[in-house]
Design a protein around this ligand. Sequence first.
Ligand SMILES: NC(=O)c1ccc[n+]([C@@H]2O[C@H](COP(=O)([O-])OP(=O)(O)OC[C@H]3O[C@@H](n4cnc5c(N)ncnc54)[C@H](OP(=O)(O)O)[C@@H]3O)[C@@H](O)[C@H]2O)c1
Length: 270
Amino acid sequence: MGLWRGRVGIVGAGHLAWHILYRLRVCEVPVVGIWNRTAGRGEWLARRMGVPFYARLEELVVRCDVVWLLVADRAIPDLAGRLPSGPVYIHSSGSLPLDVLAPHRRGVIYPLGSFHRARSVDWLSLPVFVEWTAESRAVVEGLAMRLFVRVGRLATPARQRLHRVAVVVNNLVMWLLRASRRVLYRDGEVRPEWFLPILRQAVENWAYYPEETWLSGPAVRGDVSTVVAHWRALCASDQALASVFWLINGYILSGDGWGQGRNGQNSGGA
Ligand SMILES: NC(=O)c1ccc[n+]([C@@H]2O[C@H](COP(=O)([O-])OP(=O)(O)OC[C@H]3O[C@@H](n4cnc5c(N)ncnc54)[C@H](OP(=O)(O)O)[C@@H]3O)[C@@H](O)[C@H]2O)c1
């Protein structure tokens, strides 16, 4: 397939719009301009990216081959319903079906990541999943291949499942780390960055090693009294973290399908 050539319009001025606009610039894809509900934010982003801001969405849309809807999920059905046919409309939501953009020519370009303006993105390693209808395939695939390296095709139900799991894992891990940080900061001797190696190891274990290698600690050995002692200590410093600790260790102690809870075969640290 040759290099896709077309003009892209961006609808929205949030975190993902910021990163996509940067990527479009790096990959030298022509950007017609930006529209955003709150003009001030859209104008600011347009200035930063050196592209025009359109006060009227319809005026942007008629100039584009692709209109990329980078707005809150709840706004996408309404926008799609009132926009004129012509360009290919794309959304990047993990939750919404492709057909929310019907009857337009349409596609999904979903990057499996967590985006914030203040945080750079490694587009070389980040997986991006696309979906299209027959008549929009060349455009959606062409644009995605021009912008990203790890591009795969995923139909709506699989993308929705992937997204749900990603949200649960990311938010659960981040919640735990944030709560842990509150506990750690109380003790001036301990620095959160000391935990980076064990966290990296945990993710590598999960991705590349069998389940027997994943867990360590007293619950895996069926050492209930040490689990209770840890829980009591946590209760004294952070009740919410103690509750989550109790719930998770309860699952581990019960075996939870790993078959390790009671037999003490794991040799992990306390
Ligand atoms: N951020 C991520 O980590 C991530 C990851 C994968 C996919 N996505 C997808 O990317 C899309 C944008 O997410 P984001 O995180 O960039 O959002 P965001 O930073 O929260 O920005 C939301 C954008 O949506 C606009 N908006 C909200 N309600 C609207 C409405 N009723 N009508 C028109 N515009 C409205 C906002 O306009 P105002 O400035 O006027 O408020 C703003 O431009 C979503 O579909 C999301 O699912 C995000």
